[in-house]
Design a protein around this ligand. Structure first.
Ligand SMILES: *Cc1c(COP(=O)(O)O)cnc(C)c1O
Length: 418
C-alpha cells in the first residue's frame, strides 16, 4: 500500500487508524481491508493534472468492482470503464452517472449493448467492424444513435506480462489503424452510429512508457488523417495501464504522461479520456491473512496461510510480486527464508517465494497492494467462501461485503429429484 496509509504504530500494523489485529478479531480472516483515504488520494492524483481541459476519467471497474468502492469513486466524480452488463449494473446501483460510462471489451453481447443503450452511456469503445454492424442495427431498430470510439490496435509491444499486454498486433483487441481509417471514412454505412472518438489500451501495469507514448501518438496521427478528410472527432481515449510499485520497479511519472496525453488532445482541440483501474485501488488495499501452519521440509520452509489463490490469484496468474508484512513485528524472533503459500490444492497457490520472515503459526500477515485485481478476481474454488471486505476511514470501519457463508456457497444449486 502507499505506505502513508498503512504503517506500524507501536509495532502493530494499521490501515489509517484501524489496527489490523482488531479487524481480524472482529471480522475474521482472510479479510480485505481498504483505505478510503488512499483511494481518494489516488483518484485526485489523476483528476488534478487534468483540471482545466475537457476530459473524462473513467475508473476501470474490473480492477475492484465492490459497490461501496464504486460509490466512493462516483462521489469523487469518477466516470467508469465497464466490460460487461454486470459491471454496468454495479455502477448504476452504486450511483454512478451513466453519461460518464464507456463500454469496452471484444465480446459485447446483444443484450449487453441493449442495456447500455437503455442506460444512455457516454460511449461504446468498439473493437471490430462486426460489432459496429451489430450496434448499428440495434440503434436503427430503436430509432436512436450511439456514440462510438473505435479502439485502435496500435501494434506496440508494451513490455508488460504477456497475459496483460493488449496492444500488440496479434492481440484480440482493437482494429488496426489502416482498417479503422477506412471504417471511419465509411461511416455513411452506419447511420445509427456517431463516431466521436478513437481509443487505445496498450496493456496493464505499463512500467515502460515508450510503447504507450507511441500508441498515443498513433492515435493522434490517425485523428489528424481523419481531420484532413473532413472527419472531426470529440475525444481521444488513451486507456488505462498506469502502473503501481509493487516491489522495486522504477515507474514512469504518471503526471508527466497525463500531461503529454493532454497536450496531444489539446493540440487538436479534442477532449481526452483515460481509464485507470489498478492505479486507483491497488495501493489502497491489503489482504489480511492468518498463518495456520509453519511447515519445515527438506526443501524449504512453508508458511501456510488461510488465504490463497482464491482470494488473490495475481501471483499464480502473473507471477506477481506482493510485499508481505508481519502485522505484529516480532523483533525477538529470527527471520527465516520461507515460501508463503495458501491452502488450495494447486502448486500455483502461493503468495511469495524465498522471503525472509519471522513468523509463527497464529500470526497475522498482510499481503500488501492487493486492492486491484484481488477480490474482483476471487473465486469459490475448493468450495471456499469468499472473504469479507471492509473500508477504513480514519478510525471508522465499515463492512462493505460480508463474508460468504457455507449456505451462500450452495444457494444456487439443486439436488436431483428423488
Ligand atoms: C483493464 C482495462 C483498463 C484498466 O487497466 P489498469 O491496468 O487497471 O489501469 C482500462 N481500459 C481497458 C479497455 C481495460 O481492458
Amino acid at each position: 500500500m502507499s505506505s502513508s496509509r498503512c504503517s506500524y504504530r507501536d509495532g502493530v500494523l494499521q490501515v489509517e487508524k484501524a489496527s489490523l489485529p482488531v479487524l481480524a478479531q472482529h471480522f475474521g480472516t482472510p479479510l480485505y481491508v481498504y483505505s478510503r483515504r488512499a483511494i481518494t488520494e489516488a483518484w485526485q492524483g489523476f483528476a488534478r493534472p487534468l483540471a482545466g481541459t475537457p476530459h473524462l476519467a473513467c475508473y476501470a471497474v474490473k480492477a475492484n468492482s465492490t459497490l461501496a468502492i464504486l460509490q466512493l469513486l462516483a462521489q469523487l466524480g469518477a466516470g467508469f470503464d465497464i466490460v460487461s452488463v454486470g459491471e454496468l449494473q454495479r455502477v448504476l446501483r452504486a450511483g454512478g452517472d451513466p453519461r460518464r460510462i464507456v463500454f469496452s471489451g471484444v465480446g459485447k453481447r446483444t443484450d449487453e449493448l441493449l442495456r447500455a443503450l437503455d442506460a444512455g452511456i457516454h460511449c461504446f469503445n468498439v473493437e471490430s467492424e462486426t460489432e459496429l454492424l451489430r450496434l448499428n442495427e440495434l440503434t436503427l431498430a430503436r430509432g436512436t444513435r450511439a456514440a462510438v470510439a473505435l479502439r485502435i490496435n496500435p501494434d506496440v509491444e508494451s513490455g508488460t506480462h504477456p497475459h496483460v499486454a493488449t496492444g500488440h498486433g496479434a492481440a484480440k483487441f482493437g482494429i488496426d489503424p489502416a482498417r479503422a481509417e477506412a471504417v471511419a471514412l465509411n461511416m455513411g454505412k452506419f447511420p445509427g452510429i456517431c463516431l466521436t472518438g478513437l481509443a487505445c489500451h496498450v496493456g496493464s501495469q505499463l512500467v515502460q512508457a515508450a510503447p504507450w507514448r507511441a500508441a498515443a501518438k498513433r492515435l493522434a496521427q490517425l485523428a489528424d488523417r481523419l481531420a484532413a478528410q473532413g472527419i472531426t472527432l470529440a475525444h481521444l481515449d488513451f486507456g488505462g495501464g498506469f502502473p503501481v510499485r509493487y516491489h522495486d520497479e522504477s515507474l514512469p511519472d504518471t503526471g508527466a504522461l497525463l500531461k503529454e496525453f493532454r497536450t496531444l488532445a489539446e493540440a487538436r482541440g479534442l477532449g481526452m479520456l483515460i481509464e485507470p483501474g489498478r492505479a486507483i485501488v491497488a495501493g489502497a488495499g491489503v489482504l489480511l491473512t492468518r498463518v495456520e501452519y509453519v511447515k519445515p521440509t527438506p526443501h524449504g520452509r512453508f508458511v501456510i496461510v488461510d488465504a490463497g489463490m482464491t482470494e488473490l490469484i495475481r501471483p499464480a496468474l502473473y507471477d506477481a510480486w506482493h510485499e508481505i508484512r508481519a502485522v505484529i513485528s516480532r523483533t525477538e524472533a529470527k527471520a527465516e527464508w520461507c515460501d508463503v503459500v495458501g491452502p488450495v490444492c494447486e502448486s500455483a497457490d502461493f503468495f511469495a517465494r524465498d522471503r525472509r520472515l519471522a513468523v509463527q503459526a497464529g500470526d497475522l500477515l498482510a499481503v500488501m497492494d492487493a486492492g486491484a485485481y484481488g477480490f474482483s478476481m476471487s473465486s469459490n474454488y475448493n468450495s471456499r467462501p469468499r472473504a469479507a471486505e471492509v473500508l477504513v476511514d480514519g478510525e471508522h470501519v465499515t463492512l462493505i461485503r460480508r463474508r460468504e457463508t457455507l449456505d451462500d456457497l450452495m444457494a444456487l444449486e439443486e439436488l436431483l429429484p428423488e
